[in-house]
Design a protein around this ligand. Structure first.
Ligand SMILES: [Zn+2]
Length: 164
């Protein structure tokens, strides 16, 4: 269950997302990774600026967390993301041995351009994972998080639709 500590870290993720919105080549998906009550990695989406399709906020934060603790295994860590992680970031979280994923806006709260599959819910990756020490919770501060994103059904240009 989410608590006030979770809200504190989600607020930080939202602040990072807002930074991403302002940063040249950034976009508003913020992520914080916490281990033993401390932030060990954080970031926002940098795909445009880094010319790197894998530089999603979660991956950026995972790389920094791994560097911070000199370990690619982030076992016991909690990952906070302002948006439900995409397939790539969900799988990376599984491989990183993250213990808990908490996200804000879910796929039904935002435009479909943030996801790669028409129907598949990335929560299902977690439910089907071999790992039993991994949980996922969505909807924390969902309204505040959803305000960062294009709305469901919003008319977007081809360039704005990252998944096309
Ligand atoms: Zn992603």
């Amino acid at each position: 269950m989410a608590d006030s500590t979770d809200e504190t870290f989600m607020r930080r993720a939202i602040a990072l997302a807002q930074e991403g919105l302002r940063a040249p080549g950034g976009s508003p998906i913020g992520c914080v990774i916490v281990l033993d009550g401390k932030i060990i990695g954080e970031g926002h989406n940098e795909t445009e600026g880094q010319h790197d399709p894998t530089a999603h906020g979660e991956v950026v934060a995972m790389r920094r967390a791994g560097t911070a603790i000199s370990n690619w295994e982030l076992r016991g860590a909690t990952l906070y993301s302002t948006l439900q992680p995409c397939g790539m970031c969900t799988m990376a979280s599984i491989w990183a041995k993250i213990g808990r994923i908490v996200y804000g806006a879910g796929r039904d709260d935002v435009h479909e351009m943030y996801f790669e599959d028409r129907h598949f819910d990335t929560d299902d990756f977690i439910r089907d994972a071999y790992r039993k020490d991994l949980s996922i919770e969505g909807g924390l501060m969902a309204k505040e998080c959803a305000e960062l994103y294009f709305k469901p059904g919003q008319a977007l240009t081809f360039e704005e639709q990252a998944n096309l």
